[in-house]
Ligand binder design. Structure first.
Ligand code: SF4
Length: 245
């Protein structure tokens, strides 16, 4: 599998860099403390949660982006314009998704880290999607998070049954702190934020794709269907594994 990593800093002063914390500066939290912080954050705005993450973990902090919309990117870059944004280019994205990446990158001057995987010769997604996601998505995220202490994602409980119990702050299986600042936002919260802040969205969201992954594994959904039913349609698989690790 061929891998490429591209770091694109769009800030006008080129200042993606920060002064690194020493290990002694890095905070450590017990699982009990994380649970209490997470509970407290249920009543806090997302911007305050993001500020906590930046204050405690930057520059050893990154956020992932699926580029379905730029809600979390908008919230996060208002707190820290230089925050590192990871996008995993699986080689199988819709053209509209890659266009959204570029539009968002330019609009926010993102400190974007593209983890690019060359298309495989054999169509592993067809024969073994579990292994395909594991090698392509989870493997690239592991690589992108090496050296980090914490990461953020736009995961929300309302997106799927498998996400219904997601905490705002927890420790992932790597031992990193995982922060989901909008875990408790409803679809209506997201729609309202997009509308009121004129947020860039992937055009596929207006064409029946409320959840957007790789093109071979994503179909449109009919009105009333589960929003994630278009992902790996017809298979038992419901998650790519990014939020399980
Ligand atoms: S969503 Fe499909 S193509 Fe993309 S990594 Fe997973 S199995 Fe492979």
């Amino acid at each position: 599998m061929s891998l490429t990593e591209t770091r694109i800093t769009g800030l006008s002063d080129g200042s993606g860099a920060r002064i690194a914390l020493t290990d002694e500066d890095s905070p450590s939290f017990t699982d009990q403390e994380l649970a209490e912080i997470s509970q407290d954050f249920e009543r806090q705005p997302a911007s305050k949660i993001i500020k906590w993450a930046v204050d405690n973990f930057a520059p050893h902090l990154a956020m992932t982006a699926s580029m379905t919309d730029a809600v979390l990117i908008d919230l996060a870059t208002k707190v820290d314009p230089a925050i590192e944004v990871i996008f995993i280019d699986t080689g199988y994205h819709f053209a509209q998704t890659l266009e959204t990446v570029e539009e968002v990158r330019r609009h926010y001057g993102l400190n974007l880290r593209m983890m690019t995987v060359a298309r495989q010769e054999e169509e592993l997604w067809k024969a073994d999607p579990e292994n395909c996601c594991s090698a392509v998505k989870v493997g690239q995220l592991d690589r992108a998070l090496a050296g980090k202490e914490a990461w953020m994602s736009g995961l929300r409980r309302g997106e799927a049954q498998s996400r219904a119990g997601a905490p705002i702050v927890s420790r992932d299986l790597r031992g990193l702190i995982k922060i989901n600042p909008i875990a408790n936002w409803t679809d209506e919260d997201v729609d309202h934020y997009i509308e009121s802040h004129n947020i860039i969205v992937n055009p596929l969201t207006r064409e029946g794709f409320p959840s957007i992954g790789c093109e071979p594994c994503t179909t449109a959904v009919a009105p009333g269907e589960d929003p994630r039913s278009g992902r790996w349609r017809g298979k038992d698989k419901t998650e790519c594994g990014l939020h399980l690790a």
